[in-house]
Design a protein. Structure first.
Length: 276
């Protein structure tokens, strides 16, 4: 199913939407930061693609106090909050409200692109990768995290059997992501996968977190609320799962990736002029 980018933007317009799930976003950002710490780089221009409230911008500011940072997000409400952060005195911060797959900047601007749990909300990640290659400088680093297809898989499979609609996103696999990275022109891609399980005492809290992660932005989604029959079946399913284990759980398949933009080889040329 296709993703409606305008719907993604509207879903995140409420500033409080992601507050309850910030614990997972921060946990994954910290794991990305650990991976970044082993790389010997000093980027001077950094873009945070899908910067949200700006928490990662603050972290990147502390890590690279001399860098110029650019936060890009489709939600103006998110950017408004991000602008309230105070970063390191040596940093300069810019903000762009728009699609990080179609950036209003020239070629080879950034030394590093960072994106935490935003890529999977874009309909065409292949075009995003091509755009990121375009705006990265030679030997520039791209690092991101996103959800994989195992995320909420049991719940997705159950919901898909309730009616003719898709209620939960289908996420790209590691292999698909790796192929698209290479196809876009990145070199030396490294992909890793982790599983994170979050447990809940109630079905209502679990469903609230799923909605907080972005809801349903699919173009073929039903326009109204769930029907009473479908919703009752969903709650019966969750009650049965809870009675088995005492708690409900959500599994998140988290994919981490980084790659570089290839340095163009220096052309070895000699110009020979012969006069007769």
């Amino acid at each position: 199913m296709s993703i409606e980018l305008q719907k993604v933007r509207s879903l995140f317009e409420k500033r409080t939407r992601v507050t309850d799930v910030a614990f997972l976003i921060r946990e994954i950002a910290n794991r990305m930061n650990e991976r970044l710490s082993v790389m010997k780089i000093t980027p001077l221009r950094i873009m945070d693609a899908g910067c949200g409230h700006g928490d990662d911008l603050q972290m990147l500011s502390e890590k690279f106090p001399e860098a110029r940072l650019t936060g890009v997000d489709a939600s103006f409400a998110m950017l408004s909050r991000a602008r309230g952060y105070r970063c390191h005195a040596g940093n300069r911060l810019d903000y762009v409200c728009g699609d990080f797959g179609l950036l209003p900047v020239r070629r080879s601007v950034f030394d590093m692109i960072w994106s935490n749990l935003s890529l999977h909300w874009h309909e065409d990640i292949a075009s995003v990768f091509k755009e990121w290659v375009r705006v990265l400088a030679q030997e520039g680093l791209m690092m991101f995290s996103c959800f994989g297809p195992g995320t909420w898989s049991a719940l997705r499979n159950f919901c898909n059997g309730l009616d003719a609609y898709s209620h939960i996103l289908e996420f790209n696999s590691m292999r698909e992501i790796g192929d698209k990275l290479i196809g876009a022109g990145f070199v030396a891609p490294v992909l890793e996968r982790e599983w994170i399980t979050v447990t809940y005492a109630t079905a209502e809290k679990m469903l609230a977190d799923i909605r907080a992660f972005g809801g349903n932005p699919l173009k073929g989604r039903p326009k109204g609320l769930w029907g009473k029959k479908s919703y009752r079946k969903l709650m019966e399913y969750l009650d049965a799962e809870q009675s088995k284990y005492g708690l409900l759980s959500l599994e998140f398949e988290v994919i981490y990736a980084h790659a570089f933009k290839e340095k163009k080889p220096v052309r070895q040329e000699r110009i020979i002029e012969i006069f007769r």
